[in-house]
Design a protein around this ligand. Structure first.
Ligand SMILES: *Cc1c(COP(=O)(O)O)cnc(C)c1O
Length: 390
């Protein structure tokens, strides 16, 4: 039996220990922790919908109509009108024949990958993919082949060397820790050439990017072809929770039969789906929100450039400030926190060694004054924290 306490203290020593914050109230750009208000730059609530009055009203209406729990798995009696209506609206929104709800994005990725691949197959993944896609490959027992970040030439070489029966390429649409976007057009061309599935995880693009917020995948590939599997989450820009997979009729029917994270789990509360329908309507009418978010991204990037604070090549709401050492990232996060600002430090193993960073995420709800507070605090603290070792 391993010594857990010793492993935990080693982790502390390496500055890798993780703890939770406990919020007193709702998610938002200002959150309350232990009775103190903090200006937050670390939620994925990109459009400020998590505490939106219309979503709250829809959630309450959903509870009045459907009760609290779904009471069963979708294939037993857990599938309600709220789930069905939301699936149909999501499919129409992304222009695919069908959509299927999952309780979380993590489960959606596990479900799709294990339903489509198994022993003797190969899964090709970007090195920076989200943990859920990596775990999905491990669970499927297919061979996992990783390629350097966004390197389509490397992907092509690995695909042409493949002798597997079944090939699946899986990529984040917007990379969750770097904020840059996958090169989906060449990726889809490679997928079709090699008769592979292409699974795009659009957790951070859905609701935010594209014409009406349909996401990065739809923006780049349109309705797509039958090999394309779109996964997006509902707990980020949409402000509720859960996820969906959209694709062909045959794909969705296959997932209903075989995706174990769909079959063997209780359906999410119908009221949540009801609230998500309200979120989807706000997203569709959300050009103003997306414009405000873009304005905020642009303002923050320019401000950081003036301060000589290096950012990554991201045009999305995820704007990491790379610091390097885990200890330096923690020190900067702590210094900002003292000033009433909340920006989480992201450390290995979530990001590679030496690439610890503050993951600044921006929301349409941030005001220019709030962005100025962040920029001012970075001006005060960034440089001195760089020298913190290790
Ligand atoms: C958040 C996230 C997930 C997981 O979604 P949950 O609904 O939170 O389980 C999957 N993929 C990516 C890229 C994510 O950022």
């Amino acid at each position: 039996m391993q010594d857990l306490a010793a492993a935990l203290s080693a982790r502390k020593q390496q500055q890798l220990y993780r703890t939770r914050l406990t919020l007193d109230g709702p998610q938002g750009v200002v959150v309350s922790i232990d009775g103190r208000d903090y200006l937050s730059f670390c939620s994925n609530d990109y459009l400020g919908l998590a505490n939106h009055p219309q979503l709250i009203a829809a959630f309450k209406e959903g509870v009045d109509r459907f009760g609290v729990g779904s009471g069963a798995a979708h294939l037993i009696t857990g599938h309600s009108y709220a789930h069905q209506a939301l699936e149909e609206e999501l499919a129409a929104f992304v222009g695919r024949p069908r959509a299927l709800l999952f309780s979380t994005g993590y489960m959606a990725n596990l479900g799709v990958v294990t339903a489509l691949t198994g022993r003797g197959d190969e899964i090709f993944e970007d090195r920076l993919n989200h943990a859920s896609l990596i775990d999905a490959a491990a669970l499927s027992t297919a061979k996992l082949v990783r390629y350097p970040h966004n390197d389509m030439q490397a992907l092509q070489q690995k695909l042409s060397a493949s002798r597997a029966r079944q090939r699946l390429i899986a990529s984040d649409g917007v990379f969750s820790m770097d904020g840059d976007c996958a090169r989906l057009v060449p990726m889809q061309a490679l997928a079709r050439q090699s008769d592979a599935w292409l699974l795009v995880d659009d957790a951070h693009g859905f609701g935010v990017l594209g014409e009406q917020g349909q996401g990065w995948c739809v923006d780049q590939l349109g309705a797509g072809t039958d090999n394309l599997v779109l996964m997006a989450t509902l707990g980020k820009a949409l402000g509720t929770g859960g996820a969906f997979v959209a694709g062909s009729e045959a794909l969705i029917e296959t997932l209903i039969q075989q995706a174990r994270t769909f079959v063997y789990t209780t359906a999410a509360p119908p009221a949540l789906a009801w609230a998500t329908r309200a979120a989807l309507r706000l997203v569709q009418a959300g050009d103003g929100l997306r414009e405000r978010l873009l304005r905020n991204i642009d303002y923050f990037r320019r401000g950081a450039a003036e301060l000589d604070v290096p950012l990554m090549a991201s045009e999305t709401a995820i704007q990491p400030v790379v610091v390097g050492a885990a200890g330096a990232a923690l020190a900067l996060s702590a210094a900002l926190r003292q000033r009433g600002l909340l920006v989480t430090a992201i450390r290995p193993p979530t990001v590679p060694q030496g690439a610890s960073r503050l993951r600044v995420t921006l929301s349409a709800s941030h005001s220019i004054e709030q962005l100025d507070r962040l920029l001012g605090a970075l001006a005060d603290c960034y440089r001195e924290c760089l020298h913190v070792v290790p």
